[in-house]
Design a protein around this ligand. Structure first.
Ligand code: AVJ
Length: 358
């Protein structure tokens, strides 16, 4: 994810089907949908990253200098639950503020999006925000939720089919940072709108963010739109508190990456020998989340051994904050024209609506 070479236009991955992904897609959405096991028997296009990918990305991330672990691996079942708990801490204003903006400005957003849209939700998680948005929209035609957590996707799809019985819902479980196929709906939408809530765009550095927005532009072409939630720049104290909650939920969320490596790969991280750290870097305009080794130690992950020095950090997540002007400029360079920004009174968070430039 932080591999800057990936943002070079020639290397831009697209939301285009690979041969392998197409085969999976056909079996999920073909005449005979594949029922995946789980609490809800929801057919989904299942491209969830599995163990080999976790292992190889863990090993390559830990072999880098400085060491990194990709933040997408936060969201296994436990991690998704911990993230939900983060959203309920008093310090993490992000989710609460975005929800409030959606509730208050939903009707205005709906009039900007128009009727009979195909809504493609990226990283929609439990679906709380999308539910509010869909309730406001005029006769939405199709909803394609894309999320990395299959457990959450199944649960939310079951719920959404009950709430919106006339809506065609085609769930895709995928790491949307990689190319993945989009299902072809039965219903013909008037236009495609990508919905990217939660300020997940903040995980990208600015060049990567522009690259990602360019890929979104390919998806909603022609004449589509983008509705995106972005955490705004603000005082560092508020920011650092949001990533260092008093109950230690964010710390548990961060440490769950190591716990997940122990569970899934048989690694031997001793969670007591690691510390959560989150600091705002004002020059880069980002929260930097690390796991810091509390001593000199050796960790074994299958046939690999890693030596960590006392105080050595692993970078687990960057969370960039943007000013409204900065974000508008980034989106414009990816081909989007700003139509409207909705914010809260304290200007903590922004929901931006863009139309694709012709
Ligand atoms: C889901 C990426 C938006 O950066 O605020 C919350 C993740 N990490 N607390 C964020 C997160 C620690 C979150 N995003």
């Amino acid at each position: 994810m932080r591999n800057v070479t990936d943002t070079h236009p020639q290397n831009l991955p697209k939301f285009l089907p690979t041969r392998e992904a197409l085969a999976v897609y056909r079996s999920a959405f073909g005449q005979r949908p594949v029922m995946n096991p789980g609490s809800a028997n929801v057919a989904l296009l299942d491209l969830e990253p599995k163990e080999p990918e976790f292992f190889s990305e863990l090993v390559s991330g830990l072999s880098q200098h400085p060491r990194t672990l990709p933040c997408k691996f936060f969201y296994d079942k436990q991690g998704a639950e911990l993230f939900q708990a983060i959203c309920e801490t008093p310090e993490y204003y992000v989710t609460r503020t975005e929800l409030k903006i959606l509730q208050e400005c939903g009707p205005d957003m709906a009039s900007h999006l128009g009727e009979a849209v195909e809504l493609i939700g990226l990283g929609t998680g439990a679906g709380t925000k999308t539910r509010i948005l869909l309730t406001q929209l005029t006769d939405p035609a199709v909803y394609v939720p894309v999320d990395i957590s299959s457990a959450q996707l199944r649960r939310s799809t079951t719920l959404f089919r009950q709430l919106f019985p006339h809506l065609e819902i085609l769930p895709v479980c995928a790491d949307y940072l990689q190319p993945f196929p989009l299902p072809t709906p039965t219903h013909q939408p008037k236009r495609k709108v990508v919905y990217f809530p939660g300020s997940t765009i903040g995980n990208f550095d600015p060049p990567e963010a522009i690259g990602f927005l360019q890929r979104i532009a390919l998806v909603c072409r022609p004449g589509g739109g983008l509705l995106i939630g972005v955490d705004l720049k603000k005082d560092p104290v508020t920011l650092e508190k949001a990533y260092n909650d008093a109950q230690g939920v964010t710390a548990a969320f961060n440490l769950n990456l190591l716990a997940r490596a122990n569970r899934e790969l048989g690694a031997n991280f001793d969670l007591h020998l690691w510390k959560h750290r989150a600091i705002y870097n004002p020059t880069a305009g980002r929260i930097e989340m690390n796991l810091v080794s509390l001593c000199d130690q050796l960790v074994t992950i299958r046939d690999h051994q890693f030596f960590f020095k006392n105080d050595e950090p692993i970078i687990t997540e960057y969370s960039y904050k943007h000013s409204p002007e900065e974000f508008e400029n980034m989106a414009r360079s990816a081909g989007f024209a700003l139509r409207k920004v909705w914010t809260d009174t304290q200007k903590l968070f922004g929901v931006f609506y863009f139309d694709l430039l012709p």
